[in-house]
Write a protein that binds this ligand. Structure first.
Ligand code: SER
Length: 336
């Protein structure tokens, strides 16, 4: 017989770190796939670790043969900045990898006869506002507005939101006897800030990089203008949102992709908090016009009414609490 487990792809990344720690507390066995071996502290919380690419079909075959999966957190992806240097690889990992995982989920469901909840982190990168003036005028955007991303990563995420919805609602609709086994649920995350890990390859990374550099007493040259404003959220709130949506009753869900909002400071506001909390911090501004253009295409704020109404999304951290109660004390402790 196969062992019932939760599958996490991209488990060694920032979200994976927080998620594994949180799930290990609940005691459900976890199987992971990541391109690199997990850190020993994470690996200890995991039943079985597969090292390799999600585009390697043999890894998924082995998971299917050995494990009964009814919940997947598909976190593996190349983020927005990195994807612009290698768009073909980004497409392979972000789109083809996701397609393979969706097909894997359908096969898992067919093998045990239940629906597989497929949790998928999408992103504010799925939006693309044409210029800064339009962004400022648009204000808080609804899920179905401005779906014209300007990055490969954003295109990949938006497309996979649709393919996930297809698997959940219309998969093989013309076949005589298909039972759809994928319960696809997607969160459009804002920029995420963790106190315990630093992101790599994203375009919202400046917020985390600034805080962590400040705590280490290292100078930081911020690559966006001080007045740049996009939505952010703390990693613990992101993890709770993933778990809460995963557990929500199916009949409450009116959409397959949900916006989430928590707070949306300017880069300058983040800088003020960082330099107040860590007086040795030295932040300067060296705008990278290309990365700036990407951030300027992301909304100032998102409308998360559907998430709040359908499944009770309620982040703990607003701007003040995020920094006072979570980021500053935890980052300070980390570098002590
Ligand atoms: N944080 C991501 C990035 O910057 C956006 O989802 O790529």
């Amino acid at each position: 017989m196969r062992t019932p487990v939760i599958l996490i792809t991209g488990a060694g990344g920032e979200i994976g770190h927080g998620l594994i720690a949180r799930l290990a507390g609940i005691g459900r066995p976890i199987v992971t796939i990541d391109i690199a071996p997990l850190e020993p502290a994470l690996a200890r919380s995991v039943r079985r670790e597969f090292t390799g690419s999600i585009t390697d079909k043999w890894i998924l075959e082995r998971v299917l043969a050995e494990f009964e999966v009814d919940l997947i957190f598909h976190l593996a992806a190349l983020l927005s900045t990195r994807s612009e240097f290698t768009p073909i690889t980004a497409h392979e990992v972000n789109v083809e990898g996701t397609l393979r995982l969706l097909e894997f989920a359908q096969h898992e469901g067919e093998s045990h006869g239940r629906r597989v909840v497929f949790m998928y982190p999408s992103s504010i990168a799925a939006y693309g506002l044409p210029d800064l003036a339009t962004k400022l005028r648009a204000g808080s955007v609804h899920e179905d507005e401005w779906n014209t991303p300007r990055t490969m990563y954003g295109c990949n995420k938006l497309y996979c939101e649709h393919v996930g919805r297809y698997y959940a609602r219309h998969y093989k609709q013309l076949a005589a006897d298909t039972t759809r086994r994928v319960d696809f649920r997607c969160l459009r995350f804002p920029g995420l800030i963790s106190a315990v890990t630093v992101p790599s390859g994203g375009t919202s990374d400046y917020a985390s990089e600034m805080m962590h550099a400040a705590a280490r007493g290292e100078p930081y040259a911020c690559f966006v203008r001080p007045d740049t404003r996009i939505p952010f959220m703390t990693m613990p709130d992101a993890i709770e949102a993933l778990l809460r949506l995963a557990e929500a009753p199916c009949e409450r869900l009116t959409r397959t992709a949900y916006n989430l909002a928590a707070f949306n400071p300017t880069a300058e506001e983040i800088c003020k908090v960082a330099t107040t909390a860590f007086p040795g911090a030295k932040v300067s501004w060296r705008v990278d016009v290309k990365r700036q253009a990407i951030v300027d295409s992301w909304p100032v704020s998102v409308d998360d009414g559907a998430a709040r109404g359908d499944w009770g999304f309620a982040p703990l951290h607003d701007f003040a609490r995020a920094f006072e109660e979570y980021l500053v004390p935890t980052i300070r402790e980390r570098y002590r």
